[in-house]
Design a protein around this ligand. Structure first.
Ligand SMILES: Cc1cc2nc3c(=O)[nH]c(=O)nc-3n(C[C@H](O)[C@H](O)[C@H](O)COP(=O)(O)O)c2cc1C
Ligand SMILES: Nc1ncnc2c1ncn2[C@@H]1O[C@H](COP(=O)(O)OP(=O)(O)OP(=O)(O)O)[C@@H](O)[C@H]1O
Length: 141
């Protein structure tokens, strides 16, 4: 049984999220998703939906076995509990893969880090929460 972990903000679900989570699910047998706490999303505007709402939306997807609201302080607490075989990073996530691998090893977690692929977007709705919000503001305000 290969356990995979995916993680992210997942504010206002869109096809890019479904693509990432489907890709992550295809890397193993069970997919756990860690949903970032709003207070830890510091590299972009605060999420519109609460952490509980974002977790519930992700948990409702067929490809997801379990969605968890992330730990407020230590990102390795849920990882230690889930004990994954694979961590699937999003195609555009700027995590330091070597640093992450070292930190996992220091904690005795034997886990492979893999990258998911981007969704090839052909339609006119751009699959990014930020771009969707910009378009809503543009068209409706
Ligand atoms: C392995 C891993 C575990 C994470 N666990 C948590 C966590 O427990 N709590 C949390 O608030 N953020 C956690 N994060 C951070 C966020 O999920 C995410 O990386 C960050 O907010 C960037 O999200 P974005 O790709 O949606 O922009 C974790 C990140 C990684 C790489
Ligand atoms: N178009 C896409 N193709 C593949 N993966 C995607 C796509 N959009 C988002 N993801 C992945 O989904 C995960 C969570 O993404 P996130 O919640 O940051 O959404 P986002 O739409 O990229 O948000 P924002 O526009 O606010 O940066 C990340 O790992 C990201 O790589």
């Amino acid at each position: 049984m290969t356990t995979v972990v995916a993680q992210g903000t997942f504010d206002i679900l869109h096809p890019g999220h479904v693509h990432y989570l489907s890709d992550a699910a295809s890397m193993g047998d069970r997919l756990h998703v860690i949903v970032a706490r709003s207070e830890n999303v510091t590299h972009k505007p605060e999420p519109i939906l609460s952490g509980r709402q974002r977790r519930a939306m992700v948990d409702a997807l067929a490809v997801v076995d379990e969605a968890h609201l992330g730990h407020p302080e230590d990102i390795f607490v849920p990882i230690e509990r889930i004990d994954p075989d694979v961590i699937a990073l999003g195609y555009d996530q700027h995590h330091d893969e070597e640093g992450l691998q070292r930190a996992l090893r220091d904690r005795g977690i034997d886990c492979e880090i893999r990258r998911a692929t981007p969704l090839e977007a052909a339609e006119d709705v751009l699959p990014s929460t930020g771009r969707i919000i910009d378009r809503i503001v543009d068209r409706r305000c």
